[in-house]
Design a protein around this ligand. Structure first.
Ligand code: TYM
Length: 334
């Protein structure tokens, strides 16, 4: 039995990827990373820092390297356990790139051109609409397909990429035979976390994040700067918890959000009180991760060791998938 089949026969496989964007923020955690951690039990879980993907929008070598280490450290601090799940760096498994090419050969250009993220990046970086940017979702499909992963924990912003990944593997399977499972997105109950502006998705590039590992004062300041219910002008106006990002976040950081919401509705509490409470609860929730982050930061070489070992463990699986593809696609000798 091949390694691939052996692994899928025992536990369903999970794969997800994250860009090397530095330390994780609250949006990453609520939308995806808490599922990474939850799914390392009971699944064959593989998580990847996608540094090849980063090249589509940055050409700063130092930044990519530093941010890769920071992201990996953040994930480990948040509870990703290298004894249970594999964590690795994408560029340590270049088979992803070869599979990208093989999948690209069955992917109509129109599919990638209409990807929302491509249209958005074209707008955001008009000076650098590079070819890699267009192939971004094919590489994402290859990341998942190379390990024949079935489940993909992601935030809702990745739903279109996941749908495209399904279409791409379906197109490949239709032509060459059923090799790849169609991957399914797995969402948390907060699949889109809004940023401090209360309007857009929380994202480093928009500068609207609440950090997890920043200084306590920074985190408090970020939370206190959050936009709440824009129709609640005076302290005595009743608040609308459904329209308030701070109230929505309270659902994730305590069990008493109904009482907090009632306080807002009746104007018994003001937005400032509600934000102050949220900041303290976030700090409590992440206290252990922040402590672990401090400890791990003092172990130079630790992250590198984990990433390298992870990539090595994946080598046989990635190679076996490519061998199967070669055989079916007519590449190399019979
Ligand atoms: P990336 O690096 O932007 O984000 C990593 C994960 O965090 C989730 N996320 C959020 N979820 C909810 N609310 C938010 N504000 C928020 N911000 C980030 C993202 O949905 C994601 O799950 N293209 C991917 C990386 C990737 C990948 C893959 C993912 C490459 N290959 C294969 C899955 C499978 C990305 O840029 O994620």
């Amino acid at each position: 039995m091949s390694q691939n089949t052996a692994a899928t026969a025992t536990r369903p496989r999970v794969f997800s990827g994250v860009q090397p964007s530095g330390l994780p923020h609250v949006g990453n955690w609520l939308g995806a990373f808490r599922n990474y951690v939850a799914m390392q039990d009971g699944y064959d879980a593989i998580y990847c820092i996608v540094d090849y993907h980063a090249l589509t929008s940055t050409h700063d070598a130092e930044r990519i390297r530093r941010n890769t280490t920071e992201m990996a450290l953040g994930l480990l601090a948040l509870g990703l356990d290298p004894e249970k799940a594999i964590l690795f760096r994408q560029s340590d498994r270049p088979e992803h790139l070869e599979l990208t090419w093989l999948l690209a050969s069955v992917t109509p250009v129109t599919w990638v051109e209409r990807t929302p993220s491509f249209k958005e990046k074209k707008r955001n970086q008009p000076e650098d609409v590079n070819f890699a940017l267009l192939s971004y979702p094919v590489l994402q499909a290859a990341d998942i397909a190379i390990y024949k992963a079935r489940y993909v924990p992601v935030g809702k912003d990745q739903a279109a990429h996941l749908e495209l990944a399904r279409e791409i593997v379906r197109a490949w399977n239709a032509r060459y035979g059923a090799v790849f499972p169609e991957p399914e997105a797995v969402f948390t109950d907060s699949p889109i976390v809004k940023g401090t502006d209360g309007a857009n998705k929380m994202s480093k590039s928009l500068g609207n994040v609440v950090e997890i590992f920043g200084e306590e004062e920074t985190i408090r300041r970020q939370v206190m700067s959050m936009v709440t219910d824009t129709e609640r002008i005076r302290r005595t106006d009743p608040g609308r918890p459904q329209a308030c990002n701070v109230c929505q976040l309270h659902r994730q950081f305590g069990t008493d959000h109904e009482a907090i919401w009632e306080g807002e509705r009746s104007a018994a509490t003001g937005c400032v009180d509600t934000k102050r409470l949220l900041a303290e609860r976030m700090l409590t929730t992440f206290a252990e991760a922040r402590e672990r982050h401090r400890e791990l930061s003092e172990r130079p070489g630790y992250v590198e060791e984990i990433l390298r070992a992870g990539a090595e463990r994946l080598a046989p699986i990635a190679r076996e998938t490519l061998r199967e593809c070669h055989e079916r696609m007519g590449l190399g000798p019979r």
